[in-house]
Design a protein. Structure first.
Length: 402
């Protein structure tokens, strides 16, 4: 089996995903095209060799619909030889794009692919595409389906994570992200978003707050308490997990991932094409995995997905130098660290989605770039990226520097 190598990774800054966010004026296509242009220019890339573009995008309607992957390839002036496909594995979409691209390369049937993701959450509202999973009463009642926020609170209640713990994790996320920006740790991969006149609109993540503290977070109201009581979702969750007699609601806007806009792209290919185009490999894909999980609690699968990926790579968790675990809610990485016996000093060392935001379709590919840059900065070798995924799934990828 051939090896899949990462030659480059770029991302836009994450902009606040509201109408008053800096990137609200920028359509998703322009965000994604920005990354396509950057990959080509940074690598002096002859795009006639790029066989496909695989792009994660969760809400594929309106300006994000109709195969934004191929549309971006055309808009960026890539060769007509470059195909394109958009995919949706909820929050794991960007990493799924990386994994699918890697599988194509490993199969030997494809040599060079760009893969990543995009989401403009300020312009295309989450859920605008409709979804039977969370809106069909028969699905909800028969399968005990609840919104993700209720699932996060269920995990916290079931396993005993209190609000003070979750808030402390959130403060640390902001602190680490602020330090990373101050020290320029993201500079290698960040591509500024510019307007049509070439003037920079945004060149750094917009939602990081260095002054976040426990006192400020303690004043924020629980986000899902009313939904759980008035919407009946607490009862639905307890029916599935009767050992939880009373639901607690420790999650809120301050210890959950921010809604943001952003795009990311990774250049992946074979050793043969790297030699031909003078592309220097930065890392190889060691393994990847996806798993299903019970859909009510929903968000507990990063651990099982990581165990599966480790087994495929014939590695142990102690072999991994750094972890990137998407901070969809604070309880997700906290549960992962406890379940996998991983120290906090190896996890999200430059902050995460609580501080910087979670542009649904783009996040997984962003984390690949983040962990690769940090491995290089600290001269470490192996990294594992994992995300929880809606509907009860988990996804993970292991990379190794070369």
């Amino acid at each position: 089996m051939a090896e899949a190598f990462i030659f480059d990774a770029v991302r836009t800054p994450r902009g606040k995903g509201k109408k008053d966010g800096t990137l609200h004026e920028v359509p998703a296509l322009r965000l994604l095209t920005t990354t396509f242009n950057a990959i080509r220019e940074r690598n002096n890339l002859d795009t006639s060799y790029v066989e496909d573009a695989i792009i994660g995008c969760v809400t594929q309607v309106a300006e994000q619909g109709s195969d934004i992957a191929k549309t971006a390839a055309i808009a960026a002036g890539y060769s007509n030889n470059t195909a394109g496909v958009s995919l949706n594995r909820y929050c794991g979409s960007g990493l799924e794009a990386i994994n699918q691209a890697s599988a194509y390369i490993m199969s030997g049937f494809t040599d060079l692919i760009v893969a990543g993701g995009v989401e403009s959450m300020s312009r295309v509202q989450m859920g605008a595409d409709g979804f039977a999973l969370f809106s069909d009463p028969n699905m909800i009642l028969k399968h005990h389906i609840v919104p993700q926020g209720i699932s996060a609170d269920l995990i916290a209640t079931k396993y005993g994570y209190g609000r003070a713990q979750l808030d402390a994790f959130a403060v640390e996320s902001h602190s680490r992200a602020a330090l990373a920006w101050e020290e320029g740790r993201f500079n290698k991969s960040i591509v500024a978003v510019k307007d049509i006149n070439g003037i920079t609109i945004l060149d750094r993540d917009e939602m990081v707050r260095a002054d976040t503290n426990i006192q400020k977070l303690s004043s924020i109201k629980p986000a899902f308490e009313m939904m759980g009581a008035m919407g009946g979702y607490d009862s639905v969750a307890i029916q599935r997990y009767p050992e939880v007699e009373t639901m607690l609601h420790p999650h809120h806007a301050g210890n959950s991932s921010g809604i943001v806009d952003g795009a990311s792209l990774v250049l992946i290919g074979s050793k043969k094409i790297g030699n031909k185009l003078n592309l220097k490999p930065r890392a190889r894909i060691r393994s990847f995995a996806v798993v299903g999980a019970e859909p009510t609690i929903m968000l507990t699968a990063p651990g099982p997905a990581s165990i599966k990926a480790l087994k495929k790579a014939k590695m142990n968790v102690s072999d991994i130098d750094l972890f990137e675990i998407n901070e969809a809610f604070a309880v997700v990485p906290m549960r992962f660290m406890e379940e996998m016996n991983v120290s906090a000093d190896k996890v999200n060392v430059n902050g995460g989605a609580i501080a910087m935001g979670h542009p649904l379709g783009a996040t997984g590919a962003m984390l690949i770039g983040t962990i690769l840059d940090e491995l290089e900065r600290t001269n470490k070798q192996t990294g594992l990226v994992t995300l929880c995924v809606g509907g009860g799934m988990g996804i993970a990828t292991i990379i190794e520097r070369v």
